[in-house]
Design a protein around this ligand. Structure first.
Ligand code: FES
Length: 559
């Protein structure tokens, strides 16, 4: 096992700006400032920043509603909550004679660097998706290996084949870092090929989810690292720090320094370290978008509406990366962790609708600027000396010979074809989920057309499950919301048999959703994605230390 030393918690350099707002300038009701909302009722003031708590869009006032134009979260300044129940933290202020005063804080992490050993070259090799390898002459490590096979119920496939030496390179590395437990990062099949003595570093998540998964896979040397703590490694200048995802999911990013070189890989994490960025030379991040069934699989939206939402989301992702690059001052940007495709013929519609950003979308933006994009689709091997990229090239390697997509799909279908209604019934009866919701499920073929089984589940104090022939048999009740899910039969069976997260069904495009009313059923998705799942598959916390229930539940829908 690798020799790791703790170097203590990181410190933050705190910068604060005093904001003063004249009371005479604040009218009753809603007041909008460039970066804040102030809601005044008599002598009471509620102040909120305009950063959307979903994924950092800017809240605006439109049609007398405060909403985020990115994915339409609506905020009510009177209750302090979004319409889906997520609470927004108000800003504390002091009232002084004729004005209100509060601070706007900025925090910059200060992280130790080591320069003890002679390790002047840092090599970066891109394998696939989020799978990278960094090495010096003293140490090497890989990140999030997904090298073969599909992810998310055969919905995601690697865009290109992986070099044939991937197993050897993983086994040779000193450790593997796994950022979170989405299957394109914690990839069961890829990991099954590795030496189980390999050291795996993971974040110390509250639910222990990633650890439990790896343990069950037979890995013997799993090391949980605490967030915002510095770790060094024997005989190397490497220092690493893990940061939390800022959106309450169990996700993370890794910062590391080697001599004077430093890098931050925030991968899929939203608002990493709550936007408290360290200054780095290299910033690596997902860039493509499209990692969700929303809106593509949602039948309440027209084709044009879907296209608009996807376009907006793509632009939003680019704008966030640009903003992050400003905050972390990196001079090299590595767009990665977005190299998946919906490759099966049955998913042609998804492939066409679910457009993603390309690296060239970023290159265009940075063509005249001081930031260099590392385009891993052109070159996959980069060498840094001190803080500078000194060379890059495409390694000429044979590709790994993987099984065909149809082989994977047919095997999956064979293993998950048998419908057992009693098992389904028990699954829901034991769920303990209570909501004013009627869930209708149609178990379908590949094209979501022919049904093998239809049933509904009425949730409430008592749960009722009943088979139906037609949807019209479901007695509508104005008190209850209706959620109709058409789910590919085999994916559904696999999900409930293994206590998997329903979030993955949606991310993998295995569900078509229609709902009445057309609102996000956050309680339902959260419960069946995180609470009523096997412990090793939890992806986000339900509670934030006893404060408000985090109803920001299903990343995939709301992204
Ligand atoms: S970023 Fe605001 S709703 Fe998604």
């Amino acid at each position: 096992m690798i020799d790791i030393n703790k170097l203590g918690s990181i410190k933050y350099q705190k910068k604060k700006n005093l904001v003063k707002i004249k009371i005479s300038d604040i009218k009753d009701g809603l007041n909008i400032r460039e970066n804040y909302f102030i809601y005044k009722k008599k002598d009471n003031y509620q102040i909120y920043d305009r950063v959307c708590d979903h994924r950092g869009g800017k809240l605006i006032n439109k049609d007398n509603e405060i909403k985020c134009p990115i994915h339409n979260w609506v905020f009510n300044p009177i209750t302090g909550k979004y319409s889906n129940g997520v609470k927004k933290t108000s800003i504390s202020y002091i009232k002084k004679e004729d004005h209100l005063e509060f601070f706007n804080f900025n925090f910059e992490p200060c992280i130790k660097k080591r320069n003890i050993f002679k390790e002047d070259e840092i090599k970066l090799r891109f394998f696939n998706h989020a799978f990278l390898k960094f090495s010096t002459k003293n140490i090497s490590f890989c990140t999030d290996p997904w090298a073969i096979g599909p992810a998310f119920y055969n919905g995601w496939w690697l865009k290109k084949e992986t070099d044939a030496d991937w197993i050897k390179e993983l086994n040779k590395s000193d450790f593997i870092f796994i950022s979170h437990n989405h299957p394109d990062h914690l990839h069961q099949l890829t990991l099954s090929k590795l030496n189980k003595n390999k050291t795996i570093l993971i974040p110390k998540f509250t639910s222990n989810s990633t650890y439990l998964f790896l343990k069950e896979e037979g890995f013997k040397n799993i090391i949980k690292l605490e967030f915002e703590k510095q770790y060094s490694f024997k005989s190397s200048n490497l220092v690493i720090v893990l940061f939390k995802s800022g959106d309450f999911r169990e996700d993370s990013g890794i910062y590391f320094s080697l001599n004077n070189f430093s890098a931050l890989l925030d991968i899929d994490a939203g608002s990493i370290n709550f936007n408290k960025f360290p200054k780095v030379d290299l910033y690596g991040s997902s860039f493509a978008g499209g990692a969700s069934g929303f809106p593509t699989m949602f039948e309440n939206y027209s084709e044009n509406q879907k296209k608009k939402i996807i376009e907006l989301d793509r632009k939003f992702i680019i704008s966030k990366k640009i903003r992050n690059l400003k905050l972390n001052s990196a001079k090299y940007f590595l767009p990665y962790a977005g190299f998946f495709q919906e490759k099966l013929k049955r998913d042609n519609y998804v492939f066409k609708m679910n457009k993603k950003n390309k690296i060239s979308d970023y290159e265009k933006f940075y063509s005249n600027k001081n930031i260099q994009i590392l385009n891993v689709e052109k070159n996959n091997f980069f060498v840094f000396k001190s803080n500078n990229l000194v060379s890059e090239k495409k390694l000429k390697k044979k590709s790994f010979k993987d099984a065909t997509k149809l082989q994977y799909l047919n095997d999956f279908k064979k293993q998950n074809s048998k419908i057992d209604f009693r098992l389904i019934e028990n699954y829901f009866l034991k769920s303990g989920f209570n909501d004013n919701l009627i869930l209708i499920i149609s178990l379908t073929d590949d094209l979501f057309k022919n049904n093998s089984l239809q049933f509904y589940v009425v949730f409430g104090n008592k749960i009722n499950v009943k088979k139906i022939n037609k949807i019209s048999e479901v007695i509508k009740n104005k008190q209850k919301k209706i959620l109709h899910l058409k789910i590919r039969k085999e994916a559904f069976i696999n999900c409930i048999r293994n206590g998997k997260s329903w979030e993955d069904l949606l991310i993998g495009f295995q569900v078509k959703v229609s709902r009445d009313p057309n609102i996000f059923n956050s309680e339902f998705w959260h419960y069946f994605s995180n609470n009523y799942v096997s412990k090793k598959r939890v992806k986000s916390l339900s509670k934030c230390n006893g404060c408000e229930v985090i109803t920001q539940k299903l990343y995939s829908e709301i992204i």
